[in-house]
Every structure is written in structure tokens, then in C-alpha cells.
Design a protein around this ligand. Structure first.
Ligand code: ADE
Ligand code: ZN
Length: 329
């Protein structure tokens, strides 16, 4: 089966990480910024391992110098995602890369991204929501500034708060203040954990930050008691198998724990994370799940349903997307 046209709900995706390398290279040329070292001979992003991935990622953000660049980026990303059947997308947006944590600059970036989203919804039928995201290795003070930005722009478009970056930097509780600010502002909460860290990192993230979703979370499987707790609490796992394979968090598709996670009763969803970095798309994720584990339409319907139930959007939007998936809530 060709999965490209099947409607899809994607809830773990980084706006900068989705920037096509050609888009970034051409923007860099326009601005006379030399970031040629981040591309390989074929023009793809070049990195080996997670630490280099993070530095390549940060260098790729350099030409994204203002709201207009994010407007163009958002348009390009949404057109591409819609071509892969994505009808609802949540993307992580970092104030660190959008005005450096300054609230008034951040407002301009959000306005530009939201404008592009409104146009893409009209033209390509894809709905976007933004999750404001702290970068863990930039530290707790930057995370607080990001949470402040999130709180100031919370609304129909900015609906959540999260954190990515180097998972082994500090502990979740070091970011509790930022998460408390976001929670008090009424934002929904997620955090990357258990991608590089072990099950104890997933446990601390659930207990100390009060999230209802975990980014990746694959190492939850190291601790059966924690699995039972996550099942009981209904924690949703934003699983990104292609990302895990590409970055080496697992040794290959066959070794990915997504089947074990689902069989254990965990709520699993599937996303691309940073599609061009990992040479993936939502079509590719579904195709590889089919080839590796035999998953098919019923499995993908269930992934979509779980993602939609966990989506950080209002019920009117949820009902609209449910119709696109062929279901009425
Ligand atoms: N930022 C972008 N992609 C990420 C990933 N896979 N893990 C942590 N932080 C990220
Ligand atoms: Zn991620």
C-alpha cells in the first residue's frame, strides 16, 4: 500500500529541524553567511552522532535571522508535510532561535509563523499548532525566558510548552520553575526524555515536570513498574522511530521498541522529529513500520486517533481533524 495520501496526525516535529537543507543553503547565500561545513557533497546536512547533530542544527539556524525567514520556512514546511498527508501538525518553536528569549521580538516571530499557518490551512488544508520549546543545554535561565515567552503568547496557536536538546544536561527538576510558569499560564506540557537518558529520566520528567506527553521515551521499557505507571496515567509517547534509527538511539528498525511499547499498553504516536536531518517523512515512517513490523491501515488509524486525542488543541479543532480522518468524535 502507498501511504502518502493517508491522512496523518503528527505531534513531535521541530520547526528549525524541518528546514530543507536547500532552503537553509540558499538563505545563507542571500545573507552571506558561510555555513558550508554543515552540508555534505550531496547538499544534505552532515553530522555524525547526536552531539554533532545538535551543533549542525544550531548552525543551520544562523540564516533564520528574523520573522520573515520563519514565515518562508513555515510555508515550505507545511506544503511539504501536506504532500505527505499530514492534516494536523504540532511543531516545536524555540524562543532561543526566535529573538533570543526577548518577549517583544518573540511576538513578531509568532505572528509571522501563525500568518504562514493560516495561509497553509486555507491553501493546503493542514492545521498547525505551536509548542514553545526550551533547549535543555542552554540552561534553566533560558528555559525560564522561553516559558515567559510561552505564557505571553498562549492562545489558539501557541498551546504547549516543551523542552528538547541534550537530555543528559542537568536533571528535569532543574527546569521545574519554567514548567511551573508554563503550567500556570494554562499551557499543556511535554518534554524529551528517555531518548538518550534511561528510564529514571522518564520517571523524573513525569514526576518533577508534570508532563502528559513524553518526547521519544523509548527507554521507559527498562522499568516495568514505570511502564505500568505510565499506562495508568495515560502518558502519551511521541515516538520518532526514523529519528532514533538515524541518530543511533537504536541499532536499527528491527530493534526499535515501538511494538513492545504498544503491546505493554502505552499510548504511542509516530512523528518525524526533524525530517530532512533523518531523510524521513511521515510517508516513510508509515512505510517502514509496515515493512518492519507489518503494521497497516488499522494500526495507522489507531496511531492517528491516539495523536489526535493527545493533541494540544481545542475540541472544535479536534472535531474538525477527526472528520478529516474519517471519524466523528
Ligand atoms: N532537537 C531537535 N531534535 C532533537 C532530538 N531528537 N532530541 C533532542 N533535541 C532535539
Ligand atoms: Zn524532538
Amino acid at each position: 500500500m502507498i501511504y502518502q495520501s493517508m491522512p496523518k496526525v503528527e505531534i513531535h516535529h521541530h520547526i528549525e529541524g524541518a528546514a530543507p537543507p536547500k532552503f537553509i543553503a540558499s538563505l545563507a547565500r542571500e545573507k552571506n553567511i558561510d555555513i558550508s561545513k554543515i552540508f555534505d557533497a550531496d547538499g544534505n546536512y552532515a553530522y555524525a552522532g547526536f552531539a554533532e547533530f545538535l551543533s549542525t542544527y544550531e548552525a543551520a539556524c544562523e540564516p533564520l535571522t528574523g520573522p520573515q525567514e520563519f514565515y518562508r520556512l513555515t510555508k515550505a514546511i507545511l506544503e511539504e508535510a501536506a504532500e505527505h498527508g499530514v492534516v494536523y501538525l504540532e511543531t516545536f518553536i524555540s524562543p532561543d532561535f526566535c529573538g533570543g528569549g526577548d518577549v517583544s521580538a518573540w511576538r513578531d516571530y509568532v505572528a509571522a509563523i501563525e500568518q504562514a499557518a493560516t495561509e497553509a490551512e486555507r491553501d493546503a488544508g493542514i492545521t498547525l499548532r505551536g509548542i514553545v520549546t526550551a533547549v535543555r543545554h542552554f540552561g534553566p535561565d533560558n528555559a525560564k525566558a522561553s516559558a515567559r515567552c510561552a505564557a505571553e503568547t498562549k492562545g489558539d496557536f501557541i498551546t504547549g510548552f516543551g523542552m528538547g536538546g541534550a537530555e543528559t544536561h542537568l536533571r528535569p527538576r532543574d527546569f521545574a520553575y519554567a514548567y511551573d510558569m508554563a503550567r500556570e499560564a494554562g499551557l499543556q506540557l511535554t518534554c524529551h526524555a528517555g531518548e538518550w537518558g534511561g528510564s529514571e529520566m522518564v520517571a523524573e520528567t513525569i514526576h518533577d515536570l508534570g508532563v502528559n506527553r513524553i518526547g521519544h521515551g523509548i527507554h521507559v521499557m527498562q522499568d516495568p513498574k514505570l511502564v505500568a505507571e505510565a499506562v495508568e496515567k495515560g502518558v502519551v509517547f511521541e515516538v520518532c522511530p526514523g529519528s532514533n534509527v538515524s541518530l543511533g538511539a537504536v541499532t536499527g528498525w528491527e530493534a526499535h521498541p515501538i511494538v513492545a511499547m504498544r503491546d505493554a499498553g502505552l499510548k504511542v504516536t509516530v512523528s518525524t522529529d526533524d525530517p530532512p536531518f533523518f531523510h524521513t517523512t511521515m510517508t516513510n515512517e508509515f512505510t517502514m513500520l509496515n515493512k518492519t513490523f507489518g503494521w497497516d491501515k488499522a494500526d495507522f488509524d489507531s496511531l492517528n486517533q491516539t495523536a489526535l486525542e493527545a493533541a494540544y488543541c481545542d475540541d472544535e479543532t479536534r472535531a474538525k481533524i477527526a472528520k478529516k480522518l474519517g471519524k466523528v468524535t
